[in-house]
Design a protein around this ligand. Structure first.
Ligand code: PMP
Length: 388
């Protein structure tokens, strides 16, 4: 962390670019400007070779085939392609089953499809922030065309039972789309073994650049069809037209390779640091509440409720910590977090929650300092309010 900068505890919003990612991208920008679609000369060939190498690295992270990887501008576009691309295949609107815990790029896209006549069924989560696979299975009907579920929830950090949901979908012949923007590279995820149909990925959550991601589209057993949403030059097997952003794609490839190599080590350390942070806070704040299941969660991610202490006031009291009250994408809206309301919290309770997400560069000293500063601020604010 740069000295003088706040301690960064918001790795679910985004992560710093890994130096190896930056070096690889800089090299491409300097030396390999070719268009990956130019098949008539060496400039194009080298760009294409770099992109194909990156495609293989992305595929290795999630255990799919390289040809199944469709590069996009991020997970938002990947989710849009999965949902709209499936819906557009059908002459008549049908049913889509999803959950109350989806990212806005899924949730709002489904609102658009609902306005077109699709029946969107949102299966609720339990108070533990987990959506039971059986409840999703029960919601499947003969006219269900798609299931959309996140692998890791972006505000709570909880891990959904995507493999069991995908298995239920396969039994009914329904395509299962998994939004793995927050999970891939952090917890084991196997596209093929888990029986997933479509999978959204994002590079900037795993120390890659922003503005690049992928949709994995199952090529066999069974092949998943999609209607492209961006048409043009036919790149990415016709599923996503546009000149490939080779530097970003290469950056994503390196980020995936590093994530795969380091995942277990990083996860073990982050799990320990998350537990340390929680214990140090709980020690000073007796009524501290962890939102969402304690075990089925991303390593090093906590969503905490500080009863009676509004999140905005608390964040202003600890300017040396970079935290958030939830999703960065919707933090400008000033509404209570939909995920926290879905957990069963009321608006007042949801307004007293913070998301703390640690990352690869987080040190134990930062964890301790964060816990101490937060605990002191909570106690001070309560004293001022006379609620101590
Ligand atoms: N899905 C989830 C679960 C996310 O957390 C995010 C990023 N906040 C996205 C999708 C969107 O990803 P991107 O920023 O790459 O568009």
């Amino acid at each position: 962390m740069t000295s003088g900068q706040p301690v960064y505890l918001d790795h679910l919003a985004t992560t710093p670019v890994d130096p190896a990612v930056l070096a690889a991208m800089t090299d491409v920008l300097r030396e390999h400007f070719g268009n990956a679609s130019s098949g008539t000369h060496a400039y194009g060939w080298s760009a294409q070779a770099l992109a194909e190498n990156a495609r293989a690295e992305v595929a290795a992270l999630v255990s799919c085939e390289p040809r199944e990887v469709v590069f996009t501008s991020g997970a938002t576009e990947a989710n849009n392609l999965a949902l709209r691309g499936t819906a557009d295949l059908w002459p008549q609107p049908g049913r889509i089953v999803t959950t109350t815990l989806e990212h806005s790029s899924v949730d709002r896209t489904l609102d658009v499809l609902a306005a077109r006549g699709w029946q969107v069924v949102r299966v609720p989560c339990g108070p533990d922030g987990l959506v039971p696979a059986a409840a999703v299975a029960d919601a499947l009907t003969d006219d269900t065309r798609l299931v959309a579920v996140n692998a890791a929830q972006n505000e709570l950090g909880t891990l959904q039972p995507w493999a069991r949901i995908a298995a239920a979908c396969r039994e009914r012949g329904v395509v299962c789309h998994v939004d793995a923007a927050q999970a891939a590279g952090k917890v084991p995820l196997d596209f093929r073994a888990d029986g997933i149909g479509l999978l959204a990925l994002s590079a900037h959550k795993i120390y890659g650049p922003k503005g690049v991601g992928a949709l994995v589209v199952r090529a066999r057993e069974p092949r998943v069809e999609l209607r492209p949403q961006i048409t043009g030059g036919g790149q990415e097997r016709g599923l996503r037209a546009g000149t490939l952003n080779v530097p970003a794609v290469v950056g994503m490839g390196v980020a995936c390779r590093l994530a795969l190599a380091r995942r277990e080590r990083d996860a073990a350390r982050l799990r320990e640091q998350g537990a340390r942070l929680y214990a140090r806070l709980a020690d000073r704040i007796a009524d501290l509440v962890l939102n969402g299941d304690a075990r089925a969660r991303l390593p090093g991610c906590l969503n905490l409720r500080f009863p009676g202490v509004p999140a905005g006031e608390l964040m202003r009291a600890v300017p040396t910590l970079a935290l958030s009250a939830g999703a960065a994408c919707t933090s400008g809206e000033g509404r209570p977090s939909a995920a926290l309301l879905a957990l069963g919290l009321n608006a007042e309770q949801a307004g007293c929650c913070l998301r703390l997400s640690l990352g690869r560069g987080t040190t134990d000293a930062e964890v301790d300092a964060a816990a101490d500063r937060l605990a002191a601020a909570v106690l001070e604010l309560r004293k001022e309010k006379g609620t101590a």
